[in-house]
Design a protein around this ligand. Sequence first.
Ligand SMILES: [Zn+2]
Length: 372
Amino acid sequence: MPELPEVEVVRAGLARHVTGRTVTRVEVLDPRPLRRQDGGAQAFVNRLTGRTVTAAVRRGKFLWLPLDDGHALSAHLGMSGQLLVRGTASATGAGPGPESASAAAFLADPGARPGGRPVDLSATVQPRYVRDLSISPRHLRVRIHLSTCTSTDISAGGGQSVPGPGSGAVLDLVDQRMLGGLHVVELVPTADGAPGGAGSPEPLLPADATHIARDLLDPALQRTGPGGVVARVRASKRAIKTLLLDQGLVSGIGNIYADEGLWEAGVHGLRPGSALGPRVVARILRSTAEVMARALQAGGTSFDALYVDVEGAAGFFARELRAYGRQGLECRRCGAAMAREVLAGRSHTYCPRCQTRPRRPVRSQPTPRAPR
Ligand SMILES: [Zn+2]
């Protein structure tokens, strides 16, 4: 599951290559990723066609593209979803700027196939993230044709050619395992009046994402400080790791960064929130935010088998991990063998010396009611 840093990499790519473009045509090759759409695939096409993308916004792992009519295209990447762009000419029409230089350079690659290669949005950070879509055309589910600012219509059906600078683009949803999806949803005001998320100053967020808490890298949360999150953690008897994964309490953290943050802070994931002091909770949140910020610098972490197969390499940040996936290996702080256990259905990897396991761990599952 992509976590905050991975989704942010995609958001930044969308902001550079899709913002300012108008949807000229939508091709639905498979309606299943549109299952969350009110009204189904036809409603999706009708609501999207003719609309201009005004920004790319993220809160936690949630990603949306605000449109010019008060709605947004909401994207869930799931475990296997990818958003790919073909034809990443500058949306300003002024030719590729420095930010799109890597994608433009890639498109100019003389070794490119005659059919043209898609640009994975991650490629805007590191060119070697680029994947060859043509090996799995059956996994293309939805293709969104985008104009230049002057609404030039292009046909990229079947990947005939890579459009040059100043021409249109297509945004593809490619999903092998059908766990991702797209839908158009209304934007509603945020409860606190602060921007909905990273990428736009507008105090709006999708109507179906209002239960998602702000993430640790959100400037609005950094401005108010983590006090509210700390208080809610300390008011709960649930395990700290379960609390970190609760997107309604603090968003964007998945299994990888929860394990990393707890290792950095030296706290076992089974400790109940109510047993932790305020400074300890603040330290865990700070550690987790720092790990995610470092992963973001490195372009995110990926353990996806699909990704590894196609690229022949794991994500940039994978080798930097101190806890996740390191069971049996030496703790990078004290040398003890890292241990792993299952907590509320998720693995938890920790150092038994640096992260003392509580004697009487909190129950990670609801207690079954005794028969009468
Ligand atoms: Zn240790």
